[in-house]
Write a protein that binds this ligand. Structure first.
Ligand code: ZN
Ligand code: ZN
Ligand code: ZN
Length: 492
């Protein structure tokens, strides 16, 4: 650290690099060079060499989404996730409702003033029906639970032990950090294979749920012009857009948090996001989600007589209408974004945050691994070897206990994408620099195009010394404090 800060000019350049890398805690170190070439004349306008930098390397942010891997990069990802979720809760081009239309008059007359998660927002614009739904997994056997100081599990009457002679109840009061929370009361009663297979099929279960939602919308929709609505007609009139985040429970199973929105369909421009007809309100959406969740299922490979053969949602389905008020919609986006940077290792202790390289253990080294987590990873490995499970490629998903999907995903027309946000940020930076006459901007003086030519090699990952890492973290803290002070109006 002393060496680093003693060299004034070197420290200035190095800290500028750390800032450009967003104070990433394990940046990618690149060595090489880049130049900008005037596309019209072929003239080299500027050259950059990493050898001019302190240590001879360029630092680039790792851009990891996971809080447990890189907090500053995860914070940026969380901010992006917020924009992706928030962008869909109040879609921009909602046209004012046509009050001359019979349907809309009927809807305005329902007495609740449109304050039901589909109606008018603060500025009087029409909003789409929107709900936050949590799809849970069914039970795979009784597990220990933390109940805010309450007793884990009480047995009221009848049998007190299972067929293996183990107690069905547990008098303990676990706190949330207790390694026992999420562990089965009886390892032999628990259906670990069913749990792992369920995780492996939750993506397919969700895909089918969406199909069932359209069927349910048709079944529950009011008759139009005296005729019942067919599924085909529903697809012509309505679209269910969504964004979802997968969250791991302590017992090792996935829950889905879904923001679901009802849109109308413009047959001339399918990409347009328009409000649905007035009869397609938030109550219809809520009922259709519940209807679909209770009926949908996915067959799973038969692995043993004890394991569940079909994947279904758990009985606990929570569907909450989101009010049209902007503040409520922003809050719900934040709620989902928080989950987007979590990993299975944040909830289920003992697992590693990312897929281990071949030969490495799936369990995090040097930490006590709860028995049930070890049992679950052993189950994934056992199933991975079975011929009936080959298509699931479970060997690659041991560290996620069989879950194979993305943590965050959305339907195509829900809102903007992460790629679009990154592009917007890049374009903004380029525009910023162009204003300052930067030779690295995409456009030159007279609007002539520039080409960027680079030649880079990977020099390593992370800071080269503990001192550098500590300094970078300190710079990150100062940066965050300064930004907070600016937000609070303490500094200009
Ligand atoms: Zn990072
Ligand atoms: Zn217990
Ligand atoms: Zn038992």
């Amino acid at each position: 650290m002393i060496e680093r800060v003693a060299d004034d000019e070197g420290y200035r350049r190095w800290s500028a690099q750390v800032e450009r890398a967003g104070h990433c805690v394990r940046p990618v170190r690149l060595s090489g060079s880049a130049m900008t070439v005037n596309a019209a004349t072929g003239e080299v306008e500027a050259t950059y060499r990493s050898e001019d930098e302190p240590g001879g390397v360029l630092l680039v942010a790792c851009k990891d989404r996971r809080e447990s891997v890189c907090p500053p990069c995860a914070a940026r990802y969380r901010a992006d996730a917020w924009h992706v979720f928030a962008g869909g809760v109040t879609p921009g081009d909602s046209a004012p409702r046509d009050h001359g239309h019979a349907d809309s008059i009927a809807a305005d007359d329902d007495g609740d003033g449109g304050d039901d998660g589909g109606g008018f927002d603060d500025d009087g614009r029409v909003t789409h029906p929107l709900v936050l739904a949590t799809f849970t997994a069914p039970s795979f056997g009784r597990v220990h639970a933390a109940r805010d100081g309450g007793v884990c599990r009480t047995v009221r009457r009848g049998k007190r032990t299972c067929e293996h002679g183990r107690p069905l109840g547990c008098p303990a009061r676990h706190d949330a950090g207790d390694g026992l929370v999420g562990a089965p009361l009886c390892e032999d009663c628990a259906d670990l294979a069913g749990l792992v297979l369920w995780n492996a099929h939750v993506g397919e279960l969700w895909r089918r749920t969406v199909i069932y939602v359209y069927r349910a919308l048709a079944a529950l929709a009011p008759a139009l012009n005296g005729r019942p609505v067919t599924v085909r007609r529903v697809r012509e009139l309505l679209r269910v857009s969504y964004a979802k985040v997968a969250e791991f429970q302590k017992r090792g199973v996935v829950h889905l948090h879904v923001l679901a929105r009802l849109d109308g369909v413009n047959p001339d421009d399918p990409d347009q996001v328009i409000p649905p007809p007035a009869w397609a309100d938030v109550n219809l959406l809520t009922a259709a989600l519940a209807h679909a969740a209770h009926r949908v299922s996915v067959p799973m490979p038969v692995v043993d007589a004890h394991a569940a053969a079909v994947a279904r949602w758990g009985a606990q389905l929570d569907v909450r209408p989101i009010q049209p008020r902007e503040i409520d919609r922003a809050r719900v986006a934040g709620y989902l974004a928080k989950y987007a940077t979590k990993t299975v290792s944040d909830t289920v202790s003992g697992l590693s945050a990312s897929r281990p390289r071949t030969g490495e253990l799936d369990l995090e080294q040097g930490r006590a691994v709860p028995v049930h987590v070890a049992a679950l990873t052993a189950t994934v490995r056992r199933l991975a070897r079975l011929g009936t499970c080959r298509v699931l490629r479970l060997a690659r998903h041991v560290h996620t206990l069989g879950f194979r999907g993305h943590v965050t995903s959305k339907s195509r027309r829900y809102s903007t994408t992460f790629a679009a946000l990154r592009e917007a940020r890049r374009a903004w930076r380029v525009a910023q620099r162009a204003r300052e006459g930067d030779p690295w901007a995409e456009e030159g003086e007279q609007g002539s195009a520039r080409l960027l030519v680079g030649d880079w090699r990977l020099a390593g990952i992370g800071y080269r010394s503990v001192g550098d890492r500590v300094l970078a973290e300190q710079l990150g803290r100062e940066h965050r404090q300064a930004r907070q002070a600016w937000r609070d109006g303490l500094i200009e």
